[in-house]
Design a binder for this molecule. Structure first.
Ligand code: SF4
Length: 435
């Protein structure tokens, strides 16, 4: 098969976009938990409801702060007044939960019937006196984690422009963007503090009412590779200065991320190299398991390039990095880092496939027989039955993978199928389907 050659430079390909991923409306699952005073209203059909209900598992029993506004036939054929319906629902939400913000999530259906959410929101907001943020996190335009990107870029507009003492200070400050569990965000704050840099705020903040100040004196830096729209909005709308760095995933990424920020602020970091080495040392037991093994990313959450770079550093061979969407500008530092890492370790460069075609990928997996395929649930069991070890990719989105201390969690996930299958291999039934 001609497509599966391994090359010496990073190669970029684009396929049909016929691949499995979560719908971006799934971002409500982690965003409602992160922004404690928010309420998410997904305006869509039963299809969206079924997806959320199934994908978010047991969370639905915990009275989450999200709900579906389910469009019915009369809504779609414009027999009902959308504005009145939404007002009724939002008043009910306000009455029951009293959130500081209601986020409307637009879906495929609201796109297709051209429901004017952006037009209705300001009017309704004035009427009910609760901020309404509109994000079009639909499956027509975006994949999985990009849902967060649409919400955050909509929230940029709601951040205050200047603090009271901003005039006197005029000092440049640092705002980090990307939703991370609070303890992970604190860890990154502390790492920067150790370097002598104070983080002045996060987008999103833990509470909507605490959104960070954004203006031309603010430097912004992303913690996740899927936030390219947010980065663009921060630069274009709020004139913030973007720090382009690799992402703080893996000890190598975390150090590069910290160094880049220090560099911009003119600070010389002390002890980062030792700290990185110390973490690598603590990972040796896991690295021994993955060294020399090959991995294939089918691609569905946009974390793939950073994870692949980390795994190359761990001694793995990456055959292919599938990715739903690649913003080469936003990921420039990460791509560069990946290339350098491959050069340093003298391993062949992975092939990067944007908008992959799962069918073609399965053919390539059959041919290459990687030691591990990182893939969605749709392909995991069928591949396992054919003797290919798999890791479910969605876990990387929900696990804590940022910063120095969480590197172990990434390897814990990556090695789990290898450890399990090693334990079972003597049973002699690892190939269950006739090929
Ligand atoms: S892809 Fe579209 S229709 Fe399907 S769940 Fe997502 S928003 Fe709803």
């Amino acid at each position: 098969m001609k497509n599966s050659k391994i090359t010496n430079t990073l190669t970029f390909d684009c396929e049909t976009g016929n691949y499995h991923t979560f719908c971006p409306i799934s971002c409500v699952a982690w965003l409602y938990q992160k922004i404690e005073d928010s309420f998410f209203l997904v305006i869509g059909t039963k299809t969206c409801g079924y997806f959320l209900q199934n994908a978010l598992g047991v969370m639905i029993f915990a009275e989450p702060r999200y709900a579906m506004a389910e469009l019915e036939e009369p809504d779609i054929s414009a027999q009902l007044n959308d504005y009145k319906e939404l007002k009724r629902l939002c008043l009910q939400i306000k009455h029951d939960r009293n959130p500081s913000v209601i986020v409307w999530i637009g879906t495929c259906t609201t796109e297709i019937i051209k429901m004017d959410l952006e037009g209705m929101a300001p009017k309704l907001e004035a009427e009910i006196q609760t901020p309404i943020v509109v994000a079009r996190a639909n499956g027509l335009d975006y994949a999985f984690t990009q849902g967060e990107d649409t919400v955050l870029s909509a929230m940029v507009q709601r951040c205050p422009t200047s603090s009271i003492n901003e005039k006197q200070e005029q000092k440049s400050s640092l705002v980090l963007f990307g939703s991370l569990p609070t303890n992970v965000a604190t860890q990154l704050n502390l790492e920067l503090e150790r370097c002598g840099i104070q983080v002045s705020g996060w987008l999103p903040s833990q509470r909507y009412v605490d959104l960070p100040v954004l203006n031309e004196t603010v430097y912004v830096c992303g913690v996740n590779p899927f936030l390219s729209r947010t980065a663009t909005t921060l630069m274009r709308r709020r004139k913030c200065k973007l720090i382009s760095a690799p992402f703080p995933i893996g000890p190598d990424g975390t150090r590069a991320w910290l160094e880049k920020i220090c560099d911009v602020f003119g600070v010389k970091p002390i002890g980062l190299v030792e700290r990185e080495n110390q973490i690598w040392e603590s990972l040796q037991d896991y690295i021994a398991l993955v060294r020399g093994k090959s991995v294939f990313f089918m691609g569905d959450n946009l974390l793939e390039i950073s994870l692949a770079r980390f795994l190359v550093r761990c001694g793995m061979i990456v055959y292919e990095i599938g990715i739903p969407y690649l913003d080469k500008r936003f990921q420039a530092a990460e791509l560069d880092f990946l290339e350098k890492t491959c050069h340093q370790l003298n391993v062949s460069m992975p092939r990067i496939v944007e908008k992959p075609d799962n069918y073609n990928q399965v053919q390539r997996i059959r041919e290459l027989q990687p030691d591990l395929a990182i893939t969605g649930m749709a392909h995991a069991n069928p591949l396992e039955a054919r003797g290919i070890n798999t890791k479910w990719s969605v876990e990387f989105t929900f696990a804590q993978i940022h910063g120095f201390t969480n590197a172990r969690d990434i390897l814990e996930l990556v090695t789990r199928p290898l450890r399990r299958n090693q334990a079972l291999q003597n049973l002699g039934w690892n190939q269950l389907v006739k090929s």
